[in-house]
Design a binder for this molecule. Structure first.
Ligand code: HAM
Length: 436
């Protein structure tokens, strides 16, 4: 039997799970501050939803979907992305009758049959947001602002925002023609995929990774020169709102994104650290998607962040975000006081503290070693005398200082210490945020 996890998947062990939980919690808090509600949709959907939603010219649909027939002969697909499923739920659940805009966020695993490499997996997680019902550029700009807030909360910098507008169906026709005119004489030397893209969606040729095709993108006509007045005005407003919020961006006329549903604004946050898979987050407007799958006109805009790439980026920037909290206290004991230590730990943990104690009958020396390894803030040695007097010496490991305290006061002391550390950290954060 093969005991390896399937290629492109991985086990998530406690240390990483802890960091992910912290990331997810921070993201959920940011979403809450911006007025988003959480949505969870099924892991698999009818295949047709992704074919129509994501688009049959996209690499995702052409090559990367995990599609299977169930026992009732229905073609189902493990979700390769979140937007199509969330849009399907918007229609099915009648959210168009909710007060607009409808703002949803999600935290879901996705499945794509891709070539494995650092930052690229076959099962990966996305944190995403979608806004349905607003065609206004404020919605695009606020989503980007929200990402900036999230990165700030994580302590992440050096991620660059790239933006572009890929227009609407009206102005795209002329642009597609310009692209076909540009690529037609070169097509014979281009890859097979580009031949297909030339027919179905020449915009995607700009995104081809094959060396020769890639080299041609540089000189290709830019969509920005073909935008209709409405699309141009929309994009100008997005840019001016970003400038007003002091969010720096790089205008990238070659940015097209890998999914076919986009219209107008597209954007990515890119890092220089995560090797070739530097795109941490991608998003944009998709005003035609709901009509494509549900026959009603509802504009939409959203983004998704790749959790694995975010974690790689935090590592690359040496940010300890989400590392497990240090224990407030380690209670060292002897066989005769092990039960008292267990009991004291139980009440302190119930009061909300993180407390470790020995459950392996180890020597005092080994227990001190464990306390050091866990970087406990304090150690309390609970011997027979301490138990009989109901007092003990609370030793702070950072400086070796000791306090002789009643055991009943230990909880209050540790809670106070925790508050002091948290408030010092918050002061630091505020002073960098407001440059005090
Ligand atoms: P996407 O660009 O395909 O967009 O994916 C968004 C993010 O998911 C990427 O920027 C990347 O960080 C991460 N990601 C994608 N594929 C992989 C992979 N194989 N392994 C690890 N991470 C990956 C979407 O999925 C759109 N649904 C985003 C969106 C939402 N647009 C509007 N609303």
């Amino acid at each position: 039997m093969n005991l390896n996890a399937p290629r492109g998947t991985k086990d998530i062990l406690p240390e990483e799970a802890e960091r992910r939980r912290a990331l997810e919690r921070t993201f959920a808090e940011v979403c809450e501050r911006y007025g988003f509600g959480e949505i969870r949709v099924p892991t698999f959907e009818h295949t047709e939803l992704f074919v129509r939603g994501v688009g049959d010219a996209s690499d995702i649909v052409r090559k990367e979907m995990y599609t299977f027939l169930d026992k009732g002969d229905r073609s189902l697909t493990l979700r390769p992305e979140g937007t199509a499923g969330v849009a399907r739920a918007y229609i099915e659940q009648g959210m168009s009758s909710w007060p607009a805009p409808v703002k949803l966020w999600y935290n879901m695993n996705m499945f794509r049959y891709e070539k494995m490499q650092k930052g690229r997996y076959r099962e990966f997680w996305q944190l995403g947001c979608e806004i349905f019902g607003s065609a206004c550029p404020q919605a695009d700009a606020q989503l980007i602002g929200m990402l900036v807030t999230f990165f700030d909360d994580l302590g992440l910098d050096e991620v660059n925002l790239e933006i572009n507008s890929i227009g609407c169906p009206a102005c795209r026709a002329a642009y597609h023609q310009a692209l076909r005119d540009y690529y037609a004489p070169k097509l014979k030397d281009m890859c097979d995929d580009c031949h297909e893209r030339f027919e179905k969606n020449p915009l995607r040729m700009l995104d081809c990774k094959e060396a020769y095709c890639h080299s041609l993108a540089e000189e290709a006509p830019a969509q920005l020169d073909y935008l209709c007045d409405d699309c141009k005005e929309h994009f100008d407003k997005v840019k001016s709102y970003l400038s007003m919020m002091e969010i720096p961006y790089n205008l990238n006329p070659r940015l097209v994104r890998g999914l076919d549903y986009y219209t107008r604004t597209v954007f990515e946050f890119v890092s220089s650290h995560v090797g070739t898979q530097g795109t941490i987050c991608g998003g944009g407007r998709y005003d035609g998607l709901i009509r494509e799958i549900g026959n009603i006109d509802v504009p939409g805009v959203g983004f998704a962040l790749g959790v694995e790439r975010l974690l790689l980026e935090l590592d690359a920037q040496g940010i300890p975000f989400g590392k497990a909290a240090r224990p407030d206290l380690y209670i060292a004991s002897f066989p005769s006081t092990a039960a008292n230590a267990l009991d004291l730990a139980q009440s302190l943990i119930r009061s909300g503290l993180k407390v470790e104690t020995d459950v392996m009958d180890r020597s005092l020396k080994a227990q001190f070693k464990a306390a050091d390894r866990m970087e406990a803030h304090y150690v309390l040695v609970l011997g027979d005398t301490e138990v009989s007097l109901s007092r003990g010496k609370l030793r702070r490991l950072s400086d070796g200082s000791e306090q002789d305290v009643p055991l009943t006061a230990v909880g209050t002391l540790l809670h106070d210490y925790r508050k002091k550390l948290a408030s010092a950290k918050e002061n630091d954060r505020q002073s960098t945020l407001f440059k005090l």
